[in-house]
Design a protein around this ligand. Structure first.
Ligand code: FES
Length: 99
């Protein structure tokens, strides 16, 4: 069971393998992550950085890649929380303030 650490709050969640980072964050009661399209890779509002544990996440698929390309401020650690599926390893995510 991966532990998800949410920055900048430092909150940790015992998350389930196989669910999206967005699902894990929302089920923890954390409300600061926007998700305007409801998790369809259409809005980009769930853009996060993943400083640790990126390799255990699902690979970036075409829809996510195309949406990331349209966003301001993306970097090599960028993911859409609704599209990144947790694997077995611990992950740290950073919720961005410019969303
Ligand atoms: S919730 Fe809209 S892209 Fe993730």
């Amino acid at each position: 069971m991966p532990v998800l650490t949410i920055m900048p709050s430092g909150k940790t969640i015992d998350a389930a393998e196989g669910i999206s980072i967005l699902q894990a964050i929302l089920s923890s009661g954390e409300t600061s992550l926007l998700h305007k399209c409801g998790g369809k890779a259409e809005c980009g509002s769930c853009h996060i950085f993943v400083p640790e544990g990126r390799k255990s996440l699902s690979k970036i698929q075409r829809l996510e890649n195309e949406k990331l390309d349209t966003l301001v401020g993306i970097g090599s650690k960028s993911r859409l929380a609704c599209q990144a599926i947790l694997g077995s390893e611990n992950v740290t995510v950073e919720i961005l303030s410019f969303n």
